[in-house]
Write a protein that binds this ligand. Sequence first.
Ligand code: ATP
Length: 305
Amino acid sequence: MGGATARVPAKINLHLGVGPLREDGYHELSTVFCAVSLYDDVTVRAADELAITVTGESSGEVPADPTNLAARGVLAVAEYAGRSETNVAIEIAKQIPVAGGMAGGSADAAGAMLAAARLWRVDLERETLMDLAAGLGSDVPFALLGGAALGTNRGEKLLPVLQRGELYWVMVVAKTGLSTPAVYHELDRLRAGRGETVPAPERPDELMVALASGDVHAVAPLLHNDLQPAALSLQPLLRRTLRAGKEAGALAGIVSGSGPTCAFLCADADAAIAVAAELSGLGVAKAVRTARGPVPGARLIPAHG
Ligand code: ATP
């Protein structure tokens, strides 16, 4: 039966500045996203009823019911197009770690929107698509945009950032995931304990200049994540992982988003392979992957089987 498939990248945050908790329950963010070459493929086909199958990386931890973010993506397109039914089969082939701070669920939502729009021949303007995406989650618009971008507000307001050349990464996937709300909550708790007044997050201009220069050695010391202390507080073993990456030869290591995946920036593609090989041997992780970025955002590819 005919269908449509979208391929969507994971993201890492090269900078993640987190402001105070707002009244609406969100935090003001200033973040630099970079899309990297770990992908989920989302296929949507016509079917008699809604059915979801998930294969690949940690697929058992992903809900195969309407709470799946891909199902919510399909529903958003159906509602926009005035379709009364959403009887589709959604197949998700996962490479992006689940609950890993790499926005895998958001990627699936973005992919499902593109694939459903193609299947039903819904003509969605870019701006409409981005608005629908922002309604599904703060990271969904970036999964559509891809490349490198500055994200503000909840992270859904995006401005493309010039990044010259590619950066090479080693991603170390932890054995157990972290819930994003739990990590933000831990950050609020740590900050309250210190009695800190939290300033609004600043735009990371120095990092953006370094990205435009294409000099990996200028970028490395500027990687920053305000959520890192909270992720380390909830998973203290991540300290060991971060140390091991540096010892293995990475230029810098950082917790990716809310974690617990750790991202290690390497001097070039060969260095990334060497660092990945060394880290694989240590047994500190569920999986070790190399990735490069920036890569394009969600796009349609020839439909899977
Ligand atoms: P982020 O980086 O955006 O904070 P994350 O990468 O840490 O998110 P996800 O993999 O997006 O985390 O998943 C978080 C939770 O969302 C999972 O534990 C799972 O229960 C639920 N979920 C719903 N739909 C999906 C999906 N399609 N893929 C992965 N998780 C999903």
